[in-house]
Design a protein. Structure first.
Length: 53
């Protein structure tokens, strides 16, 4: 299981109906598709979540 940095934990992945494992896989696949880092994808998700609030 991926190590959790704590940022965004218990937020958007639960609201969207993803398990932690599914969210990790989605971030991983998006990073590979966009040829960027998982950190960059995760930061974008967190930023988008904060804007929605």
């Amino acid at each position: 299981m991926p190590e959790n940095c704590g940022a965004g934990q218990g937020t958007s992945h639960e609201e969207k109906g993803f398990t932690e494992e599914q969210a990790f896989k989605a971030i991983q696949q998006t990073a590979m598709k966009k040829r960027t880092t998982m950190k960059s994808v995760a930061e974008a998700i967190i930023t988008a979540y904060e804007i929605e609030m």
